[in-house]
Every structure is written in structure tokens, then in C-alpha cells.
Design a binder for this molecule. Structure first.
Ligand code: ADP
Length: 439
């Protein structure tokens, strides 16, 4: 082995051109020799390199590694294999190398010979490895993410399954409830069917009762009216003295019999009338009727009564005001109202008859009878249209009427498409209003 000096070739020609770097340095780190391959790699001349310290061609990290590991290792074992180093060339990037180092004695000193092989391919593999690792990491991260998503989806599915189970439970409960309700409905339906059967039966009974009532009324009309008329006739004969002279006391008794007979006759007629109206057997002959004509026809019938009780009366009816109504029946209603007004108004009182167009319903006309009589207490007013109701039920009053007049009158007014209503104040007077379709 030639001695290493500044002017001698450093390494033999084969090693000088070998496809790997070669450097030899002393224990103090100063470089003794280097081959051309390494000089070219570092971009230095031999003069520039030889004599420098080995650390100066290493990058910072490798320099520390050299001082703390590599050099102590070589010193201890005499060699180091496949140590990774990064060389620092004069210019450009660090160069990765694998180094095999051997410590030996040469030329009277201890040197370390070091073969340096480029690890370009290894670098490529390392890069590929790094890329693969990165891809693997990314894939792992993506897999983790997917796993999380799957876990989340799983959790959601579990929650949904739970909710489904709950709603299924609710549905079952609702179905049970519906079943119970339909059971109840079936029971109610059964009851309704039973009730309607009962009602049907009651209707049959009522129809039969109605038929019996008609038969009874017809019979009563015949069986009672005939003897009552006969009583009237016989009393008249007695009064006329046909059967001998009549004493004053007898005449008075006969007068009472006559009054009783007439009252009974009126009662029977009223009952028959009411029954006929209520059973819908009354026919109405609806025509256009001028109200003034109706009043003019009725007034003469009550005038004797009004005069007897010293009552004034006044009439106010617009000319030509007419109603669609049944003339005779309206006259009957008006006669009843005027007789009542005469009956229940004290001497000197006033009975007025007015007619007008209903201000709230212009297609209706009203015929109104007002008196300044006894009036009807508020708590009795609603009952006066009920059959047989008389506010003053003293005997004398009862004898004067039947309590059927207003019931009949209202039924007739309604039967003609109208109505009969009353307002009154006890001690002040009463007002009865017939309303009818306007003609
Ligand atoms: P009647 O006059 O035959 O008793 P109504 O049905 O016509 O029967 O009248 C029922 C009752 O209404 C009467 O008994 C009377 O008490 C009361 N009434 C009717 N019209 C008047 C009126 N103009 N003033 C006071 N009370 C009345």
C-alpha cells in the first residue's frame, strides 16, 4: 500500500475509478485520501478535499450521528456495515449513501477506510414506500372514517329499529283501543236498533191512540153536541112558556142552564177545532187578502162587546196593505184576539188595531191588537198559547172562556205560514201580533 502524501496518487487506479466513493480519514477526522468517484460526487478537487475533516462533507444530522454513533462504533468494533449517511456536496442537495467502514493501521497511523455506495434506488424505494405508507395511512383513515360512518349508521339503524318497535307498540295499542271503541260502537248500535224498535212500537201505539182519539172526538161531537143542542132547545121552549108560566126563580135557573149549555157547546167546538188543526186535517184557502177588509168584516162582530164594556177602539191600517192568507181563518184569529181584548180590558180602556210591514222582514205584514187591560204577568206569558191555560183561573173567568182560543189561533197562524206572538205587562196592557206573508 503506497504511503499517503500530498503529491502522490492517493488510491490505486482501480479503486479510483470504482463505481463507489472511497474515503479514508484519520482518528482526528482529517481526510487522508478520497477516490475520483467521490470527488466528482462532491464537486471538489482532491486538493480541496484531502486534509479537511470528514465532518465537513456530512450534512448536519449525519455529522452528529457520526460523532455520537458511527465513529465510536468503528472504534469499538473496528468496522461498521451499511450505515446510512447524507453527504453534503459543494453545491446541490444532500446525497444519500450507504457506508461500509473498516479501521485499520496504515502508514504508521490508524485510519478508517470507508466505501460509500449511492442509494438512489433505495431512496426511490423509500419514497415509494413512504408514498405507499401515506396511501395506506389515507386508506386506513378512510377505512376508519367509513367504519365510523358504518357505526353511526348502525347506531341510527338501531335507534330507528327501537323507534319502529315503539311505534309498532303504539299501533298495537291504538288497534286495541279502536277494537274497544268499535266494540262500544257495536253496543251503542245494538242499543240504537233496540231503541228504534221500541220507538217503532211506540209509534204504532201512538198511531192507534190517535185513531182512538179521532174516533172518540167524532163520537163526542155527535154524542155530546146532539143532547146539548136538545137541552138548549128545551130550555128555550120552557122560557117561552110553552109548558106553562115560568116564575122568576125558574127563569133565572133556566138562564144559568142556557149559559152552561152554551159554554159546554163552545168548549166542545173548540176542542174539536184544535184536534182537527193539530192532526193536520184543516185545509187553508190561501189568497191575497186586503187587511182593511178583514178588519172591517170582524169589527161589527165585537162592537157590541166593546160597547157593553165601554171601550174605545181605533184602527190604523195602510190602504191596500195585503197578506197571502186564508180569509176566514184570519178573521177567526182576529175575532179571538179582539174578544180577549174586550174581555180583559176594564171600562174606559182602549183597544187598537194596527197593520204594517215588518221592518226586519219586508216580505211579511203584521196585524196587531193592543189593549190597555189587565195584562199578563211575565211568568205566565209563555203559557197562554198552551191549551186550557187561563191566567186568572177564578170560576167566573173560567166560565167566560175555554182556554183554547189562543192555542187554536196560533196553530192557525202557523198553518198559514205565519205566527202569533204576544208581549204584555201586568196592569198596563197586552199586545198580540199576527205576522203573515206579504202579498
Ligand atoms: P180564553 O180566553 O178562552 O180563556 P185564550 O186561549 O183565548 O182562552 O186565552 C188564554 C188566557 O190568556 C186567558 O184566559 C187570559 O188569562 C189570557 N189572555 C188572553 N188574552 C188576553 C188579553 N188581551 N189580556 C190579558 N190576558 C189575556
Amino acid at each position: 500500500m503506497p504511503r499517503v502524501t500530498d503529491d502522490e496518487p492517493v488510491v490505486d487506479p482501480i479503486l479510483d475509478a470504482a463505481p463507489c466513493g472511497f474515503v479514508s480519514f484519520a482518528d482526528d477526522g482529517s481526510i487522508r485520501a478520497a477516490n475520483t468517484t467521490l470527488l466528482e460526487l462532491l464537486g471538489l478537487t482532491r486538493d480541496e478535499l484531502v486534509g479537511r475533516r470528514i465532518e465537513s462533507i456530512l450534512n448536519v444530522g449525519t455529522r452528529i450521528f457520526y460523532q455520537t454513533h458511527l465513529f465510536p462504533l468503528v472504534k469499538l468494533h473496528g468496522r461498521a456495515d451499511e450505515v446510512f449517511l447524507l453527504l453534503r456536496p459543494a453545491s446541490g442537495d444532500d446525497i444519500a449513501m450507504l457506508a461500509n467502514a473498516v479501521r485499520r493501521e496504515r502508514g504508521g497511523e490508524t485510519v478508517t477506510d470507508c466505501i460509500l455506495i449511492r442509494v438512489r434506488e433505495r431512496q426511490k424505494f423509500e419514497d415509494a414506500l413512504l408514498r405507499a405508507k401515506k396511501i395506506a395511512d389515507e386508506a386506513r383513515a378512510a377505512a376508519d372514517e367509513q367504519r365510523h360512518e358504518v357505526e353511526a349508521a348502525n347506531e341510527q339503524l338501531e335507534r330507528q329499529a327501537l323507534e319502529l318497535e315503539l311505534s309498532q307498540q303504539q299501533l298495537i295499542e291504538q288497534a286495541e283501543e279502536l277494537e274497544a271503541q268499535s266494540e262500544e260502537l257495536r253496543a251503542v248500535n245494538d242499543e240504537l236498533v233496540q231503541r228504534s224498535e221500541e220507538l217503532e212500537h211506540l209509534r204504532t201505539v201512538a198511531d192507534e191512540a190517535n185513531r182512538a182519539k179521532s174516533v172518540f172526538l167524532t163520537m163526542m161531537s155527535h154524542e155530546l153536541r146532539t143532547p146539548l143542542n136538545a137541552i138548549g132547545g128545551y130550555v128555550q121552549l120552557l122560557e117561552m112558556g110553552i109548558h106553562g108560566p115560568v116564575t122568576e126563580a125558574q127563569a133565572e135557573a133556566l138562564g144559568r142552564i142556557t149559559r152552561g149549555q152554551r159554554h159546554l157547546l163552545r168548549l166542545i167546538n173548540d176542542v174539536l177545532n184544535l184536534a182537527r188543526i193539530e192532526s193536520g186535517r184543516v185545509e187553508y184557502d190561501i189568497k191575497q187578502c186586503v187587511l182593511r177588509d178583514i178588519v172591517d168584516a170582524v169589527l161589527p162582530l165585537v162592537e157590541p162587546q166593546l160597547q157593553a164594556r165601554k171601550l174605545r177602539h181605533e184602527v190604523s191600517i195602510p190602504t191596500g196593505l195585503a197578506a197571502h192568507t186564508d180569509r176566514d181563518k184570519l178573521q177567526q184569529v182576529l175575532l179571538n184576539l179582539l174578544s180577549n181584548a174586550a174581555k180583559f180590558t176594564g171600562a174606559g180602556g182602549l183597544v187598537s188595531i194596527v197593520a204594517f210591514v215588518d221592518e226586519h222582514h219586508p216580505d211579511r205584514v203584521c196585524l196587531r191588537v193592543t189593549d190597555t187591560g189587565t195584562g199578563i204577568p211575565a211568568d205566565r206569558l209563555q203559557y197562554v198559547f198552551e191549551p186550557f191555560v187561563q191566567v186568572d183561573d177564578s170560576r167566573a173567568r173560567r166560565a167566560e172562556g175555554t182556554g183554547l182560543g189562543l192555542a187554536i189561533s196560533r196553530d192557525l197562524a202557523r198553518g198559514m205560514g205565519g205566527d202569533l206572538t204576544a208581549t204584555s205587562e201586568a196592569g198596563i196592557g197586552s199586545t198580540f201580533t199576527i205576522s203573515l206573508p206579504r202579498a
